[in-house]
Design a protein around this ligand. Structure first.
Ligand code: ADP
Ligand code: GN1
Ligand code: MG
Length: 364
């Protein structure tokens, strides 16, 4: 592995000598490495990523999106303290392009944002506030992105009815004979599938707006500063494309309100931390600087239920299909992840009244 990364790294505009490369982070899609170079006795870190081209079929489109989004972010962050660390920066390859094609593989490199970290589980309300503020702000930052509509790097990414369609197909084909062992989860989907079209219907009726959104706002896609705790930098821009604000808030709820890991097998640990939810709402709205409409704000609690349900359905579909999409590290990993999501959906529905009351406090 290290030699491959070393050879790839040599194609990029990086000065100095390669020291080492190691796998980094816990993303489910791309292969990510932390790479260290040395020049004149000083070490510099980079992030190298092999883009998952089974998931992202048009890496050229994806990289065009990412480059545009970053160029715009850099412009808008000019003059801010520590501006350099407030967005990620791509490193070009030697001929000036932003990615390197190695046969079927597509590689890119970013400067490593130092003195900051991502979390898989939140500990404090302040962290929730900071993470949500960073994602709310990111949306605001992109609200005036000039030029053409961004590419849809994964078509129908948050189209929940289309995810349900894929799930139905997976149950029907049952290629691995796993459906019998997932009866309860399959029933859960049938009982909750009414939720799937709700947001898209509102979009179609013009009741909520399309925006440029991140679409993968899980907690470990934002860096919090080690010293100040500030949500300093939003990562993983592969799915930045037209979407709904509520997708971004919903995924934050999914990955933040419960103190349990995404793949926790002890379902009794899954619960909704009400004060964390409040901090998420406050952070997201503060970050978005009044961008959200009343209708969007009203739907914040529902967005958590819907996105948690949608991702649970995706984990279950992948389990039934034989684990081709999300990286797994144990048997039944995707089924475990699905169970955790569905338990959280249950808990969110139970707490809905309280969550709606919180949201009311923030109505303009
Ligand atoms: P994936 O699509 O597989 O989730 P990510 O782009 O989210 O890949 O990267 C995986 C992890 O690598 C992140 O969760 C984060 O911890 C770390 N990471 C990514 N980019 C940077 C960066 N520029 N600086 C520091 N850490 C980073
Ligand atoms: C994937 O890439 P990562 O690990 O940040 C997935 C998200 C899911 C998430 C579930 C491109 O996110 O949609 O919500 O796993 N990304 C893609 O943890 O499918
Ligand atoms: Mg990620």
């Amino acid at each position: 592995m290290e030699n491959t990364v070393k050879e790839v790294a040599a194609r990029f505009q990086i000065e100095g000598d390669f020291i080492k490369a190691e796998p980094f982070g816990s993303g489910h899609i791309n292969d990510t490495y932390k790479v260290v170079y040395t020049l004149d006795g000083k070490n510099t870190k980079y992030i190298f990523q092999k883009i998952n081209t089974r998931v992202f079929r048009h890496p050229d489109h994806l990289m065009e999106n990412v480059s545009r989004v970053l160029a715009h972010s850099v412009k808008k962050l000019e003059g801010f303290p520590d501006a350099e660390r407030r967005c990620i920066h791509l490193i070009p390859i030697r001929d000036g392009r932003m990615y390197y094609l190695n046969g079927e593989e597509c590689w890119r490199a970013y400067k490593f944002v130092d003195n900051a970290r991502t979390y898989n589980i939140l500990e404090t309300e302040e962290q929730a506030y900071q993470a949500a503020k960073a994602f709310g702000n990111f949306q605001m930052l992109l609200s005036d992105l000039p030029g053409e509509r961004l590419y849809e790097t994964i078509p129908n990414f948050h189209n929940t009815p289309s995810r349900i369609f894929d799930f139905d197909e997976a149950v029907r084909k049952d290629v691995r004979g796993r459906a019998a062992g997932a009866k309860n989860e399959i029933r859960f989907v049938r009982e909750h599938r009414w939720m799937a079209p709700v947001l898209l219907d509102l979009l179609a009726k013009g009741e909520i707006p399309e925006r440029i959104t991140h679409n993968d706002t899980k907690l470990n896609n934002v860096l919090l500063d080690d010293d100040t705790g500030e949500g300093i930098c939003v990562l993983d821009l592969d799915t930045v494309m037209p979407g709904l604000s509520l997708y971004d808030f919903g995924d934050l709820v999914r990955t933040s309100v419960s103190p349990a890991a995404e793949d926790e097998t002890d379902l009794s640990k899954i619960c909704v931390r009400i004060e964390i939810f409040r901090a998420l709402v406050k952070g997201f709205l503060d970050g978005a600087h009044g961008c959200l409409t009343k209708k969007e704000i009203e739907l914040l609690p529902f967005s958590g239920e819907l996105i948690t349900f949608e991702i649970g359905v995706r984990f279950l579909t992948d389990y039934l299909n034989g684990d081709n999409y999300f990286k797994i590290s144990r048997d039944n990993h995707n089924l475990d992840r699905c169970r955790t999501q569905f338990m959280l959906v249950k808990r969110l529905i139970e707490q809905e009244k309280k969550l709606k009351k919180i949201v009311k406090e923030f109505m303009p």
